[in-house]
Design a protein around this ligand. Structure first.
Ligand SMILES: O=P(O)(O)O[C@H]1O[C@H](CO)[C@@H](O)[C@H]1O
Ligand SMILES: [Mn+2]
Ligand SMILES: [Mn+2]
Length: 389
């Protein structure tokens, strides 16, 4: 009897291009595989003990004789490779229409409406890397107090501001204003506050980042679990990604290590249902920055914490370690990559060394969680519970 599932998202750790990667310009992408190639190896003994190297098609890691967990990988049905799409599919939704992107910046009408409502001009309004654009426009921002608005290949409207120029609460207010404007025809998946500190040449973005998402377009397994009386605990940016929907309790985190601490903290408390954790540093600090060395180190640091995490599981607990998309730090550009995600499952009730194969949709994870908790599923995805329990 499992009554608590930890859904643990290693943000962006894809394990190879999906069959439709060509449509996304991502043929040859392989976040984990290419990090291993570029760095000449990786030390992940704990993920490997669960079955990481036994996953079909994985590159650069050898299979072992007797993995302790069930393992597999999944294709993504939804037409997107962003965090929102990936997490919503993990929670049992399929997005048939991709989110709108603005590769050439936002339309004049949107910017005008925004400037009018915040009572200031803006800087930027183009697609850019978040660390590069604050260096580029930082000086002008400090001088004028105008926020920096930028986007990326993702469906995002990002507002960067120095914390001493625009206080956090004011920045969040601007995001809420943008959220109201960017609905309907101009709906972006997320408005993101990107505060930073420091001086020109050495600006640093802070963990006060906040994402203001659209509501998921349908009921997720989180909503269903909540309605059925379970706890749905969000660690990291999960609460933001679901705009609070289906969440009963949430904590934001400083970084990956804090995310692991908070997950363990909740495992040590009395609760039942879902603990949904996202570790975003892999994506934001290393993937988008195309820093393979840093990404590898972050993976190794996380792997060292896995025994502690597994030890915190009680006998009715199960952990599913997954990802939400790829972000190959050796690939062209600075964007996400359309990839398979890994699935590693461990718990007393889980049969060791079971290959759950290649799942057709991330929604299989939601369907499996529903099956395990004994609640209705969203109708999307197939449960693989019977394979592994
Ligand atoms: O370059 P930064 O600001 O990190 O932007 C990245 O973060 C955003 C949200 O994940 C994405 O749009 C991506 O491009
Ligand atoms: Mn992500
Ligand atoms: Mn990202």
């Amino acid at each position: 009897m499992v009554n608590r599932v930890v859904l643990f998202v290693i943000d962006s750790v894809g394990i190879g291009a999906l069959p439709d990667a060509e449509e996304f310009g991502d043929v040859g992408a392989n976040t984990l595989g290419n990090i291993i190639k570029a760095e000449g190896g990786i030390h992940l003994p704990n993920l490997i003990s669960l079955g990481l190297g036994n996953i079909d098609g994985i590159i650069g890691i050898d299979p072992i004789e007797s993995p302790l967990g069930a393992y597999g990988r999944s294709d993504e049905v939804s037409q997107g490779k962003d965090t929102t799409t990936g997490h919503w599919e993990l929670a049992g939704l399929h997005l048939t229409k991709p989110f709108k992107t603005f590769p050439d910046g936002f339309p004049e009408s949107v910017i005008q409406a925004f400037e009018e409502k915040i009572g200031k001009k803006i800087l930027g309004n183009k697609a850019a890397s978040g660390t590069a654009i604050i260096e580029e426009l930082g000086e002008e921002h400090l001088k004028t107090g105008y926020p920096i608005v930028y986007t990326s290949a993702d469906s995002v409207f990002q507002i960067a501001a120095h914390e001493e120029v625009i206080p956090i609460e004011e920045l969040y207010k601007m995001c809420r204003i943008a959220r109201e404007i960017m609905m309907g025809d101009h709906a972006v998946a997320r408005i993101i506050a990107r505060p930073f500190v420091g001086t020109l040449g050495s600006f640093n973005r802070t963990s006060n980042r906040r994402d203001f998402s659209l509501n998921p377009p349908g009921e997720t397994v989180l909503d269903i679990a909540k309605r059925e009386g379970f706890d749905v605990i969000a660690v990291g940016k999960i609460e933001d990604i679901f705009n609070g929907q289906g969440i009963t309790e949430a904590v934001h985190t400083e970084d990956n290590m804090d995310g692991i601490d908070q997950t363990i903290n909740y495992l040590n408390k009395e609760n039942k249902g879902i603990i949904f954790t996202n570790l975003v540093d892999f994506d934001s600090k290393y993937g988008h920055r195309r820093d393979a060395k840093g990404y590898k180190q972050a993976l190794e640091d996380m792997d060292q914490r896995i025994p502690e995490l597994l030890k915190s599981l009680k006998k009715d607990d199960m952990i599913m370690i997954v990802a939400d998309h790829g972000n190959d730090p050796t690939f062209k550009g600075t964007d996400h990559t359309r990839e398979y995600i890994p699935i590693l499952i461990y718990g007393e009730a889980v049969k060791p060394n079971v290959n759950i194969g290649t799942r057709k949709s991330f929604a299989d994870i939601a369907a499996t969680i529903a099956d395990i908790l004994g609640i209705p599923s969203t109708g999307k995805g197939d449960s693989f519970k019977s394979l592994m329990m």
